[in-house]
Design a binder for this molecule. Structure first.
Ligand SMILES: CC(=O)[C@@H](O)[C@H](O)COP(=O)(O)O
Ligand SMILES: NCC(=O)COP(=O)(O)O
Length: 239
């Protein structure tokens, strides 16, 4: 089964909108695991408008599955992950003011930067993943960074899926196949949801993990967190 890592940023966003501690992010991290998630994803940003650095420290000890920390590798972020020691770090090239992640790394122009950061994280025994667009040249260069995994940025897939799912998936199958042949493991995420997830997982059956937040937390408003996680997990079963 492809692993489901639940991104709890949106729970922190809701909490931050009022101050106080409702909803409780720590409890959510405990509960998503209890309800069947295979991991917890957090993406701290410099202004801490979503998950806060303090949350990440508090979440670490209650992780019984896997913790994936996503983010731009600023010195502050690198200090955080070296202290917290998650199972996986996903490097994302977001500018500080981006509303959400909106593209993958240019692995050609950032090759030596990524090699250095990835080398540093590996010294700490942290598995690495880099967020990338499904572009063959980008994937070929991703392999040169020595990263363990790539995370395919699936927003373009999600956007096109309702109109033409074959056209939407084609570049992702090609990119994933190149990555696999180069020895990389593959994660995916961004805008995956109950409608588009099953097809993605069927067409790229060797995918290791998806991280899902925005749609999953929104679905939980209607179905509740436990039922929602179960619905997503059902879509990730491999034949
Ligand atoms: C790296 C990535 O794909 C993003 O989807 C991100 O982690 C989502 O987090 P936000 O919901 O806080 O934008
Ligand atoms: N890495 C993707 C992620 O964590 C969640 O993205 P989204 O489901 O909130 O779009």
């Amino acid at each position: 089964m492809t692993k489901l890592s639940v991104n709890i940023n949106k729970i922190a966003t809701l909490r931050n909108s009022r101050g106080g501690n409702i909803p409780d992010v720590l409890k959510a991290a405990i509960d998503v695991q209890k309800f069947g998630a295979d991991g917890v994803t957090v993406h701290p940003r410099p202004d801490e408008r979503h998950i806060r650095y303090k949350d990440v420290h508090e979440i670490r000890p209650i992780i019984q599955t896997e913790l994936n920390i996503e983010g731009y590798p600023s010195p502050k972020f690198i200090d955080l992950v070296k202290t917290v020691r998650p199972h996986q770090v996903t490097l994302v090239p977001d500018p500080p003011d981006a509303i959400t992640s909106n593209s993958g790394w240019d692995t050609i122009n950032n090759l030596s930067f990524l090699q250095d950061i990835i080398g540093e994280l590996k010294e700490y025994g942290i598995r690495t993943s880099i967020f990338v667009d499904p572009n063959p040249d980008i994937i070929i260069n991703a392999a040169k960074t020595n990263t363990d995994r790539i995370e395919l940025y699936t927003e373009p897939y999600a956007a096109l899926y309702p109109k033409d799912r074959e056209k939407a998936i084609a570049p992702f199958v090609e990119a994933a196949t190149i990555a696999r042949d180069m020895g990389l493991k593959i994660n995916a995420g961004h805008d995956l949801n109950l409608q588009n997830l099953k097809f993605f997982n069927e067409r790229i059956p060797f995918i290791k993990e998806v991280s899902i937040g925005h749609a999953l937390i929104s679905d939980a408003l209607y179905f509740g967190l436990e039922v929602t996680i179960n619905k997503y997990k059902q879509l990730l079963i491999k034949d």
